[in-house]
Structure formats: structure tokens, C-alpha cells
Design a protein around this ligand. Sequence first.
Ligand code: BES
Ligand code: ZN
Ligand code: ZN
Length: 474
Amino acid sequence: MNKIIKKQNLDSFKGTILIPVFETTAKSIVPIEYHGVSVYSQVFYGKKDTHYLVEKYECTHVFIGLGKELDYKSLKTIFRRIAAKQKEVFGKNVALVIPDNFNKTQVEAAFSGLLLGTYNLGHYKKTEIHSFLNSDFELNYIANTDFGEVIAKAIKIANAQLETYALVDLPPNKVTPKYLANWATESGKKHGFEVTVFGKEKSTEVGLHSFLSVGKGSAQEPQFIIMEYNPANAKKHIGLVGKGITFDTGGLNIKTAGMVQMKCDMAGGAAVLGAMQLIADLQLPVRVTAIVPACENSVDAQSFLPSDVIQSYAGHSIEIIDTDAEGRLILADGLSYLIKNYKPETVIDLATLTGSVIGTLGYECAGLFTNNVELSIKLQEAGDAIGERLWQLPLWDAYKPDIDSEIADVKNYSGKPVAGAISAAKFLEFFTNNHSAWAHLDIAGVAFGDDEFAKTKHATAYGVHLITNFIENL
Ligand code: BES
Ligand code: ZN
Ligand code: ZN
């Protein structure tokens, strides 16, 4: 396990010393100084995204520019960058000097950033050094205050996010529905939550017809994963549902663009799994029931067909217009099963649901849909605080005719090239039985992204911290 050690001073320390510096002025005559090493402010004055290295006393001193003031996400990214740039040496003989004016939240951001920086996408490379998840990670810190508790929390956050990265980044021949179910079972044992999994037979018996329709064309058995965390001191009850499509080919309406990225289509499910681990690990005093319907949307003689009419757990019939609008079908059963059997006060679902939300909001924030003003504000605040932004889109009944069907109670796609994220949300709403505090987060644009940390798109763990922070602030 990783170790964090508080040091009084750097006597006899040999290794890398990280010295974060808030921006001073370039013309300042006072040099920045630490550990007997001074840097002239003409050379380095703490400007954001700058570094300055000095080798002295058998130590590498890394002065890190923070700028004048910075938000949680930027701070986390600065530290992630530091660790990512020296993955080979990181993990041993590193000391972080915590500035006197850092608050607890800043310490949390810095530490989880450092830990995330150790993540390695090369899961299958012979030569790659793996992240601290499996290694003896050791980090020293120097501070005037004891930050033990906040650092312990930062480690738990980073651990849950690293697990979520791996779930999304690993390929679909590894991360099958069964893999997700096993992951949940193992995490439940380790962190203290109950896990029940319905395979194909049990799902059929229970009546999860809409969920089962999607997995019909796949060799992988669908798994309906139910997780229950119920601490003795719980006052509130939250329900979560995450889209767990381990690969989305589109089905018979096969994708003609972007299919190669569709291992990310279980990122909502992974965020729910990661959040569940983190909530239990932090022992938050809230009851949480979470469902991840997991299956693969594939092509085969058994696949469901466009124009099929299927049944659902809620008893509503669904006309299939497009087999690529599969996420809403598995969420429909996830939501109605959760609401009917567990009656949580608040329900939140996370899903890489539509390309349309990317057309609307791009890659900067997730789409938020809810009829509950208070829930909308609380979710947005929880996200803003940690740099996982949300923007609300309408759920007006004016959009309801988009999913009206002639043959069935509802159809799974409007057939129109407009407002796709909204009609998808209207479809989900139809299966919430008018729940008064339900929110849907369309995370298609934010779950799997491009950034400085890799050449290809990769997982962001969007939602893990957001949901946990929301629950913490209830
Ligand atoms: N999994 C996709 C949505 C998606 C797109 C996720 C891009 C991540 C990145 C979803 O199942 C899908 O195929 N949606 C279609 C729906 C359409 C056929 C009604 C879409 O948005 O194009
Ligand atoms: Zn699809
Ligand atoms: Zn999908």
C-alpha cells in the first residue's frame, strides 16, 4: 500500500523536492528561496504552468509555478503533470513542500493530482511501469500543519478515479459485463457494500425485457448489477444508475463513424462503480443504492431489430426505431427497477447517452436534465467545486411528441436530427414514474477525452468525484 510520511525537515533527505510557489512579481528583488536554494525572480516567479529545476545537496528541487490563484482542477492538473512527467522515478524519494497558505481543499487537489499522474495507459505493454495501484508508493510532505486526514481522503479519491480510468480504458474483450460484475463484487467485499448480480436467467424472470433486448446479439451474458451501501447512521437515501454498455457497435443500425471509441460506453456505469467504492471507502453517512445494467450492443442473427416492439420492466411497450439508441433502453429498466423496489429520495443517472450532447455542449461540461430546481443547483455546485461542470438543458413537455409511437407506448428515437439529447432524456423521464427528484447526466462529451496526458482519447473518471461531493454536501 502507498505510504504518506510527514517530515519535519529535509535533513538527510535525498531525492526530488517539489516546491509549489504562488506567483510573485518578475521585478521582485526578493528571490524565491527554499532549502538553501534560491531562484532569482527574473528567471522564475511562480507564473502558472512554469517550472524551474535546481540540482543541489543531492536533491532535485522542482519549483512549481501556481499563478496568482487557481481552481481545484487546475491545481490538480499541475500536480498530475509533475508526476506524469517523471513516472519512472516518481513513487520513491519524493517530498512535497506544502505552502503555508494552502487550505485543505488545495492539499487534497495537489495530492490526488500527484497520484493520478502515476497512471499508465500502457496496460498491455511488456515494458511499462505500472501505476501506484500495484506498487509501493511513498510520498513525503513537509508542512506546518498536520494534513494526515485530508491526504488520506485525497488518496481514496485518486484510488477510485484510477480504478475508474482502468475500467474505461481497458478494452472490451477484457471489460465484459461479467468483468464489471466481478469488479463490483470485489469492491463491495473490500469497502463494505452488498452486491447482487442478475444474469440472463434471473433478469428474464424479473422482467427486465428492455435491458435484455439490447444484449441479445452479443456472446457476452448481460449482467444487471445492484449495489447497496446502507450504513447504520444513514439519514438520506440516494439512488444511482450508470449506463454499462461494454461496447456499442450500434447493433444492426451499425455505427459508420467513431465505433472504435465505443469501449467508453460503460463510462457512466464505471463512474457509478467508482463513486460507490469512494462513498463506502469514505464511510459517508448516506444510504446509496446503485444499479449498473451491463451488456454489449452487438450484431448477430439474434440481435433485436429496428421496428421490433419490446417490453420493459415498467410494463410500457417500446418501439425500436434505431438499435443504436440502446443506452436509454437499459437505463429505462435500471431506473424503473431502482425506483419501484428501493424508493430512493433522489435518483441520478449517468450515461454516455448521445452524440447530440457533444454537438450542443462540446467537451467542457455534461448535459444536466431534471425537473427539480434544488437538485439542479446542488449538482452544479458539487461539480463546479471540483472542476466537473454541468449545464442544464430543458425537459419541457413540448419535446414529448418526439418519442410518441403509433404502435407502442413510446419509441426509442425521434428519427429527427435535432434535440437528440433532450428527446433521449424525455425517454428516460417516461420510466421514472414521475419521481420528484431525478436527474440525468449525459456525459458523452466528458467521459473520454483528449488532454496532455496521452496521444489517444482516454478515461476522465468524470462523475466519481462529482457524485461523491454531491452526497457529502447533502
Ligand atoms: N453511445 C452512443 C453515444 C455516444 C456518442 C457516446 C459519442 C460517446 C461518444 C449512443 O448509444 C448512441 O449511439 N447514440 C446515438 C443515438 C441515435 C442513434 C438516436 C447518437 O447520439 O448518435
Ligand atoms: Zn448507441
Ligand atoms: Zn451507446
